[in-house]
Design a protein around this ligand. Structure first.
Ligand code: HEC
Length: 168
């Protein structure tokens, strides 16, 4: 072995052990390969999960009222519909391609990126129906047919998109 090769293999070994050491030092739960600093993929996943959790939380009483399982309270329904509309806008920028990490990081299916036009349309429909629900809730004083129809359109969007684009 000549000197250059020796130096080279020493350098390689040294860098491997440095990497191993770095991996050991990484906090539990973090993948060793994760780059230090903010990770755009993980941030996008965190934002969309938070948005969906709040959307789910906000929609529950609306769904219940539209099915007669809970009383219709116009002020409350309006407040919740407004929240869903605003939260739905966070989803526009919450599915960058880098965030296609698969499980266990995310339940977003790969089809979101391979059938992007279809996904974008389902998202757009959801935003349109959420905006319509805000309008309808502003005028409906009871769980009228108009309210039920508007809430039903939103519920259909949740279900449809989950069937196509969310891992069960
Ligand atoms: C355009 C597609 C789409 C629409 C519309 C949609 N979802 Fe989702 N939802 C997803 C995807 C994709 C995920 C998985 C996100 C992830 O794990 O990164 C998800 C995840 C969730 C979660 C789990 C959040 C978490 O912390 O893991 C809840 C709750 C949820 N959605 C509720 C709803 C409700 C309620 C509606 C309708 C009011 C709705 N979603 C509409 C695509 C959609």
């Amino acid at each position: 072995m000549n000197l250059t090769l020796k130096t080279l293999s020493f350098a390689v070994l040294a860098s491997v052990s440095i990497n191993l050491f770095a991996a050991d030092a990484a906090p539990a739960g973090d993948k060793p390969a994760a780059a230090p600093g903010p990770n755009p993929a993980k941030q996008a996943i965190a934002v969309r999960k938070a948005a969906f959790t709040l959307i789910g939380n906000s929609f529950k009483p609306i769904g219940d009222a539209s099915q007669g399982k809970a009383e219709y309270n116009q002020a409350d329904i309006q407040k919740r519909a407004n929240r869903i509309e605003v939260l739905s806008e966070f989803l526009d920028t919450s599915f960058p391609e880098v965030s296609n990490l698969g499980e266990p990081d995310t339940k977003a299916r790969v089809e979101i990126w391979t059938k992007k036009a279809e996904f974008d349309k389902q998202l757009k429909d959801f935003q349109t129906h959420a905006a319509n629900l805000v309008k309808v809730a502003a005028t409906e004083k009871t769980a009228s047919d108009a309210f039920k129809e508007a809430a039903g359109a939103v519920a259909k969007d949740c279900k449809g998109c989950h069937e196509n684009f969310k891992i069960k």
